[in-house]
Ligand binder design. Sequence first.
Ligand code: GFB
Length: 310
Amino acid sequence: MEKDAKIYVAGHRGLVGSALVRALSAAGYTNLVTRPHQELDLTQQAAVAAFFQQERPHYVFLAAARVGGIWANQTYPAEFIYQNLMIQTNVIHQAYVSGVKKLLFLGSSCIYPKHCPQPMKEEYLLDGKLEPTNEPYAVAKIAGIKMCQAYNRQYGTCFIAAMPTNLYGLGDNFDPLQSHVIPALIRKFHEAKVNAAPEVTLWGTGTPRREFLYVDDLADACLFLMEHYHDGEIINIGTGQDLTIRELAELIAGVVDYQGRITFDPSYPDGTPQKLLDVAKLHGLGWQARTTLEDGLISTIRWFNALKPQ
Ligand code: GFB
């Protein structure tokens, strides 16, 4: 990507999009195009077509999506499948129509089967049944992958698709119900400490294993892939390391300095038993995550505390 190339970051106010804007700006890219949701609703076909005709970006990072944790996925399945299908279909199609040089579509590690061998290699896509808690979201993301590949095959586009593992970091959603596990736990432990609560109850059994990537590392990987990856096959982005939700909870409680009891409520769903990406392909290209989970948590908690003073 030339430093003055016009680059559209779709979803620039979200966790991923805002990290992409930080990374692109820091790397000296000067011609970024963004639109807040109030000005451009990406679920609206005509509005997206008009935007692409007007702006004609050279490169697109497609980070706009309806996302949420396990509860949000279970509670709003229709919104998750509808909004994601609409957003990605409109953006990918208009990127083709307006002659975008290259597009990066962001999927998710939940596209892999529920009982996938671990770590999950790219080739396991569509090898088995999906995890029911997020099937509508995963189906939308799989449609996005297949759409990129179909357009590449039929129209000769260069649309690449990367699958990040569970993400966290600055700009995350800390809603107690709708968020992913890391922001939820940061908030729960923070509030328990402030209120001197003797116990914090978390969802599920605490035994599922998850891999977490700091969102600024993800943004770095996305820029790297825009420069160095031109293949239509999907590529995983992760750290290659996982831990149990209980271990994660103990780590976050330690950073927040919460000393009460941690209990689990198994009436809440666990989701997939393990989600660990095989990152050999990405490592082979020369990219590796830099931020340890502990350092990433410290930065995220600092950001959260600045946002919500006690
Ligand atoms: O991050 P999370 O919501 O999503 O939950 P998934 C991860 C694990 O943490 C689950 C447990 O086993 C939860 O039961 N957990 C414990 C909690 N306490 C809490 C809590 O207070 N809040 C939350 N949210 N979880 C999502 C998918 O799955 O992963 C999305 O639903 C997406 O589609 C995302 O792919 C990356 O890892 O289970």
